[in-house]
Design a protein around this ligand. Structure first.
Ligand SMILES: C[S@@+](CC[C@H](N)C(=O)[O-])C[C@H]1O[C@@H](n2cnc3c(N)ncnc32)[C@H](O)[C@@H]1O
Length: 249
């Protein structure tokens, strides 16, 4: 699934997200995995909040997304900050194709949950494993089953703001391990209303571990992706740091 008009409002309604903290913790995890520089590829990069931070920190950055609208925002931001060395690729990350190997893959803010089911996630893991340097690191997060069932459930959220309002409706399909997210944006400035829908899928930890194993990847560290501390029963987002299997044995 790729984002449409919502892309233009993504940063606007995502003001609570602390990308500095996320970036700091990803850098720390990457370092623990042995990667401190080189090529980083941000998968499902969205508006590039992480990608541009990696660029400022001296990494060679490849930013990948398959949404034309997200890429529009990304190109504008790249022009604005003149970060022309950030390479931008329009690709479906389940069919990722790279010119060479990558030292650090990242995939954050529930992008993995957006992929359409277990087969798609397996394809992503397989492609990452194929293009990751033998000593490379893959860091990704995932919303947990707990979050879908006990937090997102069938809740609605309304963000009222000067320029635009956003109505967010969740519908849980528990027997299908997924939640439908319906978003309506009222763009007061343009006098237009946009609606879009997509699903977020969730998986048990065992399922994720077995998919990683199938791809030849092994979890080196698993933490809570919001507190960046140990995982608890009510953890809402996992953060995984994984490496290729043969490097850890
Ligand atoms: C929730 S946003 C996260 C964006 C960014 N990673 C961040 O941290 O803000 C999910 C992103 O994944 C992208 N995406 C979803 N499915 C994708 C796919 N199959 N291939 C490439 N990008 C995808 C969407 O277009 C969107 O930009």
């Amino acid at each position: 699934m790729s984002y449409k008009e919502f892309s233009y409002f993504y940063d606007y309604f995502n003001y609570n997200a602390d990308y500095d903290k996320l970036f700091k913790n990803i850098i720390s995890l990457a370092k623990q995995g042995g990667v401190t520089n080189g090529i980083v590829c941000d998968l499902g990069c969205g508006t590039g909040e992480l990608a541009f931070r990696f660029n400022s920190a001296g990494f060679d950055v490849i930013a990948v997304d398959n949404s034309d609208e997200m890429l529009d925002v990304l190109f504008d931001k790249r022009d604005e900050i003149e970060a022309y060395n950030v390479q931008i690729l329009k690709q479906d990350i389940t069919q990722l194709d790279m010119f060479g190997t990558v030292d650090l893959f990242t995939c954050t803010f529930d992008t993995v949950n957006h992929l359409e089911g277990q087969r798609a996630v397996q394809k992503l893991f397989d492609r990452v494993s194929l293009f990751m340097d033998p000593d490379g690191v893959f860091i990704f997060d995932m919303n947990t089953r707990y979050k879908h069932i006990y937090v997102l459930k069938n809740e609605t959220f309304d963000f009222i703001d000067e320029e635009a309002d956003c109505h967010w409706q969740n519908t849980l399909y528990e027997s299908e391990n997924r939640t439908k997210i319906s978003i309506t944006i009222n763009d007061k400035h343009a006098g237009a209303v946009y609606s879009e829908e997509f699903f977020e899928y969730y998986y048990s930890l065992d399922t994720v571990l077995s998919m990683l194993e199938k791809a030849g990847l092994k979890v080196v560290k698993l933490i809570d992706g919001e507190s960046f501390k140990e995982v608890k029963e009510n953890t809402q987002r996992y953060m995984f740091m994984v490496k290729k299997e043969h490097n850890n044995g």
